[in-house]
Design a binder for this molecule. Structure first.
Ligand SMILES: C=C(O[C@@H]1C=C(C(=O)O)C=C[C@H]1O)C(=O)O
Length: 479
């Protein structure tokens, strides 16, 4: 039988979306596209709504104040090269569970974006923002309540900042959405923006009452030794083992404020927030791009292998040299580069750049830039699906590493180390790897940090390497 989810040669993305949509109409399952702009209790089903988005350029304003004023779902996205998005409420939510979660996302997004009516510049075009859990069979238990296996939000109201310009967008997905009604709502929201204070980050950190490592030093040592033995006897080549840190805060966390402070402390990193409910948000300043797709151009990177920063420029350079000279770290990082190249090869021509150093405020990593030119019509989710998890956060062989992770880690990774980002109606988008991150709300935060383990890893050295990976979020929680 013809499988409507698989691409047949010569079929364009638009045709594929149509075919999938036809298939979806016949499916008895719960619709995963929920329109939430309309009257309560009567969301239009898949394909019933119409996506209408209106955008206008506005004077710059405080994105932090805007984000704070929004009710959940709330999303934020900022790139080191200057694109910033913050959104609140949902015109629509696309969610998916299980092993076919990427198929569901692509199909439902195609339905949502079909027949789209949007004005405004490309920077402010409608995007679905969100992410996925590390594992497809993820179930949202504590601390991940509200986070399904995949969730993307098309914000009802959104601010966009790019090239020193700012836009406000209002979007609706409803049976009776008209350009006029959405434009009217844009007027109303614009008036409220004018009243927002120009908030700077307060510098007021919540403070830490208690911390609890979910893996003890002894357990870590045992896990690393077991992984090393597995690697030495040839069952495994690399596995990234993570640890979690439960933090009880002295006062409730202000996530928008925390996020804003990363702008100054980690300017070379991305910043993101995915907050499906009022209770908890997943956020952080990750340094690592999973993939960016713009038309037929793809950019990604292999980031792995770490060393601390030095106190002086000389010490810093010396540490960088030791990173570049280390056979162990070079091997650990080369596995990531080779795997990414192999994953992308079926999609087009891959070009692996020269390995260098990525310096963050508190750590340095080996980094190889990788680009590709696509042969064919591709959706960024196709690339996310083949790349996640790269051996920078999973391991090799992928399935064996995943089962080692599941058997070893005494906590749920949830969305940690997972793809977080956005995609648009054309299937373009950008995703980071959700590391240097935490899930937090009220007085609780859970932070995550992981390390690549290879045949000559030393448990104590790897344990010491976890500290700098908790540090970005931990520093912002501590008074
Ligand atoms: C897994 C993490 O980071 C990853 C692991 C690295 C390593 O093992 O050296 C370096 C960068 C990241 O790819 C993390 O920060 O939690």
């Amino acid at each position: 039988m013809n499988d409507p989810w698989k691409r047949t040669s010569g079929e364009s993305r638009r045709e594929r979306a149509r075919n999938r949509k036809d298939t979806l109409k016949g499916l008895p399952s719960q619709p995963s596209v929920m329109a939430q702009a309309g009257r309560e209790g009567h969301p239009p089903g898949i394909g019933d709504g119409r996506l209408v988005s209106r955008t206008r350029e506005i004077d710059d304003c405080s994105f932090r104040a805007f984000l704070s004023a929004q009710s959940a779902p709330r999303v934020a996205w900022a790139t080191p090269d200057g694109l910033e998005l913050v959104g609140g409420g949902a015109a629509a939510v696309v969610r998916a569970e299980g092993t076919d979660r990427f198929d569901t996302l692509r199909a439902d997004a195609a339905t949502l974006f079909d027949d789209i009516d949007a004005d405004g510049p490309p920077a402010a075009r409608p995007r679905l923002l969100g992410g996925l859990a590390f594992e497809a069979d993820h179930t949202p238990a504590s601390p991940w309540e509200g986070f399904p296996a995949a969730l993307f939000v098309l914000p009802r109201v959104q601010l966009t900042r790019a090239n020193d310009r700012t836009w406000l967008s209002v979007t609706s997905y409803d049976t009776d959405a008209t350009p006029e009604s959405v434009a009217e709502r844009l007027d109303t929201v614009h008036e409220t923006i004018a009243d927002l204070p120009m908030l700077r980050p307060s510098g007021q950190r919540p403070g830490i009452a208690t911390t609890r490592r979910l893996t003890t030093n002894a357990e870590w040592t045992e896990s690393v030794e077991r992984a090393v033995a597995s690697i030495r006897n040839g069952n495994l080549r690399k596995v990234v083992l993570a640890t979690a840190l439960d933090v009880t805060l002295a006062a409730p966390i202000d996530v928008p404020d925390t996020l804003e402070r990363f702008r100054r402390t980690y300017p070379e990193c991305y910043r993101f927030l995915v907050q499906p409910t009022e209770e908890r948000g997943f956020f952080g300043p990750p340094p690592e791009r999973l993939v960016r797709m713009d038309g037929d151009h793809v950019a990604t990177e292999a980031l792995a292998g770490s060393v601390e920063r030095g106190d002086t420029p000389e010490e810093d350079a010396e540490l960088a040299r030791s990173l570049e000279a280390s056979d162990k770290l070079g091997h650990e990082q080369a596995l990531v580069t080779d795997t990414i190249r192999e994953c992308l090869a079926p999609f087009g021509t891959v070009c692996v750049g020269e390995r260098g150093i990525k310096r963050l405020s508190n750590i340095q990593h080996l980094r190889t830039p990788i680009t590709a030119t696509l042969d064919d019509d591709t959706h960024v989710l196709d690339l996310v699906e083949v790349l996640h998890p790269t051996p920078a956060v999973g391991g090799l062989p992928p399935e064996r590493a995943r089962s080692v992770i599941r058997e070893t880690e005494p906590f749920d990774r949830g969305w940690y180390a997972s793809p977080v980002g956005w995609f648009d109606a054309a299937g373009d988008g950008e995703f980071v790897v959700g590391i240097r991150s935490a899930v937090a709300g009220g007085d609780d935060a859970t932070l995550f940090a992981g390390d690549g383990i290879v045949g000559d890893s030393d448990p104590d050295e790897e344990w010491a390497e976890l500290g700098p990976k908790f540090q970005p979020v931990l520093d912002e929680l501590d008074e």
